[in-house]
Design a protein around this ligand. Structure first.
Ligand SMILES: [Fe+2]
Ligand SMILES: [Fe+2]
Length: 166
């Protein structure tokens, strides 16, 4: 049984975001399935997850930038922190282990379980708030256009729309 499988509670009724999130869950599941196999396969799958996550987070940050968020906001900050850990885990498990340290798969192995716990929380709070915001301003991800004008003079959004945050 996978730690995390795609399910209705993760869907945010934002088709592009949901598709990206379903891909993330699939790549994480493929990484988890490789935990018991050869380390080269495990690393390759984790690196595919990292590559996908770079674009996943960048996509949400482009949407935030287009709809009135400040460049520094707590949602983007959490992306940066999580991606930093993922890149570090991949580097430690890579051929040089990163920074001259010995190769170590332990951080990567731990990250797989932690990501399966982190992702639903992030999706259901920060990403859900972003999806609601995009809906409210009528943002079309295909064209990058908002139906509701984003007022440049309005204060840029630095929170993530989650009640206790920002
Ligand atoms: Fe997301
Ligand atoms: Fe996000």
């Amino acid at each position: 049984m996978s730690l995390l499988t795609w399910n209705d509670s993760l869907a945010l009724q934002h088709p592009v975001m949901d598709r990206t999130h379903e891909e993330f869950v699939g790549l994480l599941g493929a990484t988890e399935a490789a935990l018991a196999g050869p380390e080269a396969t495990l690393l390759a799958r984790f690196e595919a997850l990292v590559d996908h996550t770079v674009e996943h987070f960048a996509q949400e940050e482009r949407w935030m930038a287009a709809t009135g968020f400040a460049p520094e906001n707590c949602h983007a900050g959490q992306h940066q922190a999580v991606l930093g850990v993922m890149v570090g885990c991949a580097r430690r498990a890579g051929s040089e282990g990163g920074d001259g340290e010995p190769v170590d798969f332990e951080p990567l192995r731990m990250a797989v379980g932690e990501l399966a716990t982190w992702f639903p929380q992030h999706a259901q709070m920060m990403d859900a708030a972003l999806a609601q915001h995009l809906e409210a301003v009528g943002f079309d991800p295909a064209t990058g256009v908002c139906q509701q004008p984003v007022h440049a003079e309005a204060q840029a959004i630095s929170g993530c729309g989650v009640g206790h945050c920002g």
